[in-house]
Design a protein around this ligand. Structure first.
Ligand code: 6GU
Length: 245
């Protein structure tokens, strides 16, 4: 799988993909990440990539010609998709990450907050993506987020032991709390159930904690999820305990 990022700030990507599982996947040849300087695709002698908006307004708008030239040069035959990172886009989530992981090539165009010429959106881009309800100065950090999250769904990138199958948003629940040594730190103890050796009991405790956290922080996730009988039972327990305290 290949990512191609088109940006006016290529230097911003100097370090983001040089550590962790993404780096390993690149080394193994599972992933390829290429950064393209939009300015190299400028058509005039000043290498201008933006210009003032027609109709008048603050700020500058990315011109269409360099972006069209870049994408048409970079786009491969095969299953390829071109996305624009913009706060106006559809919300990025785990489902979209998994979907993008099914492509051979994902081309990411980093927008800037003042805007991109609408003809790029109408006639070049397949999808517009936003990573949340806040405005970034440019799409670069958002592109890095998308590459990271999509990569985790590419087979071989994430090891078996940290399988994406058990993740929040795949399971539909937030994660249960994790503990490691020491058993006691500054008087704070690891819950005793985790030393019980009773794997069924531990699994039930973890599920209850995951449900508790999801109910408190993300009740919307519970509403859009079908609960198992055990989960229903634990949820009743949690709600009863809440009333008591
Ligand atoms: Cl994709 N771009 C920008 N500039 N701001 C954002 C965003 C993207 N997603 C959330 N805020």
């Amino acid at each position: 799988m290949r990512f191609d990022i088109i940006t006016i700030f290529p230097g911003l990507f100097d370090s983001v993909f040089t550590a962790g599982v993404v780096k390993k996947a690149v080394e193994k040849g599972i992933l390829e990440i290429r950064i393209h300087d939009l300015r190299k695709y400028a058509t005039d002698k000043h290498q201008q990539v933006d210009d003032r908006p027609y109709g008048g307004a603050e700020g500058m708008v990315l011109k269409p010609e360099p972006i069209f030239r870049a994408v048409e040069d970079i786009r491969q035959t095969g299953k390829s998709i071109t996305c624009l990172l913009t706060p106006q886009g559809e919300m990025f989530n785990s489902r979209l990450a998994e979907e993008l992981a099914s492509y051979d090539q994902v081309v990411l165009i980093c927008g800037r907050y003042e805007g991109v010429d609408e003809r790029v959106i109408e006639h070049l881009v397949d999808r517009e993506i936003s990573i949340g309800d806040y405005v970034l100065t440019g799409g670069e950090l958002a592109a890095a987020v998308v590459v990271d999250a999509v990569s985790r769904f590419v087979p071989g990138v994430v090891g078996k032991e940290e399988s994406v199958r058990h993740d929040s948003f795949t399971t539909g629940l937030l994660d249960f709390p994790q503990y490691t040594r020491p058993r006691e730190f500054r008087g704070y103890r690891v819950p005793a159930v985790l030393f019980s050796g009773d794997h069924k009991k531990i699994a039930r405790w973890r599920l209850k904690k995951a449900l508790e956290k999801t109910l408190a922080r993300r009740p919307d996730l519970l509403e859009s999820r079908k609960l198992t009988p055990e989960e229903e039972e634990l949820l009743e327990e949690i709600k009863k305990e809440r009333k008591e305290s």
